[in-house]
Design a protein around this ligand. Sequence first.
Ligand SMILES: Nc1ncnc2c1ncn2[C@@H]1O[C@H](COP(=O)(O)OP(=O)(O)OP(=O)(O)O)[C@@H](O)[C@H]1O
Ligand SMILES: [Mg+2]
Length: 391
Amino acid sequence: MDPFRNPFAPGAGSRPPELAGRDAILEMGRISCGRALNGKSARSIMLLGLRGTGKTVLLNEIGRNADSYGLLTSRVESPEGESLARLLFPEMRKVMRSLSGVEAAKHLALRGLKGLRNFASAFKLEFAGFGIGVEPDDEPGLADSGDIQYDLPDLFLLIGKATQAAGRGWLLLIDEVQYLSEADLAALIVALHRMSQEGLPVVLVGAGLPQIARLAGEAKSYAERLFQYPAVGALDPSSAAQAVQKPITDEGARIDSEALEIIVSRTQGYPFFLQEWGSVVWNRADGPEITSIDVEQSYAETLALLDEGFFKVRIDRLTKAEVQFVTAMASLGDGPYAMADIAKSMSRTLNSLGPARANIISKGMIYSTDHGFLDFSVPLFAEFMRRQRRA
Ligand SMILES: Nc1ncnc2c1ncn2[C@@H]1O[C@H](COP(=O)(O)OP(=O)(O)OP(=O)(O)O)[C@@H](O)[C@H]1O
Ligand SMILES: [Mg+2]
């Protein structure tokens, strides 16, 4: 069928034509944002899910909704090895600057900008056009300790108060939270805790791999109460069917029920897989109805695209020794995998595998599900590894 009219959206963070099965999470976001907009403290949200399940898409959607309600919105993605101070500084400055134009908030926002200047100098942040150094009206002691756990709450407090004075709220969106250092994650939690204690309208919506819930709990025991942790997983069968069928019928084409059933069951409802297969079968089919024959004929090409794209970019980030580790995992079948079994299949001791395990976790490829157990953070990855071995 006409590729120009292909509605599907494979690719990281691409907005799907139909955001199926996520109403409850969007509603949770609406409530938190709505409370913040009314100047009330609101519960922060941490979206937890494996790779390709639609976390980034949801963050963007929650941000778009918040913009339309009039919240101040900042969005950042935490790359590996980047400090939270550097990541948040430009966003906090933007928010303070925009609030400094509001009469009721001006005083607080200007003080916030002073705090930011201290912060930049304490954390040695250098940005074009932002003079760092002591100025005559500097306020010593404001966000200048150089310890993020003290300074970030100071700044959030000023932003929160200025936002409240302006009758607005601030929504901070952070993607890939699992890449934050432990100290940075702890600082973020302390700052949000402070917001909730003071009843200030600042909300975080974060997203990342499932281990964040435990990391946050280890960083600060009260994190559990501070956040809601909705799971962003595979879609249930009827949502998965809707994700494929609705975009097709919206374009004036059709898909028969057998064809739909094959896609839904073989993708197990994983959003990245649904988009890829939908896209390939649309291009391959003669139409106007997509049949089970079209679906079967486009399967191999779909897998090849995923293998060369979605799966390959993950494994390319591993060293040779790390690849051996994940190969051993995949050879044991589907996860979760007992660490002891992996060691045994590699004829190694548990201790000697510790560093490889830690590195692969920090690269976000695997995560520990339970004490002594590991699983892939990329859905269907074990199958991909076994396909590679057969090829
Ligand atoms: N609810 C949904 N219904 C249908 N397709 C979806 C849905 N959510 C996401 N998708 C599609 O799934 C794919 C992956 O989405 P996204 O990049 O947001 O996942 P992610 O969880 O952020 O992955 P990663 O952990 O790799 O960053 C995209 O092609 C997107 O269009
Ligand atoms: Mg993402």
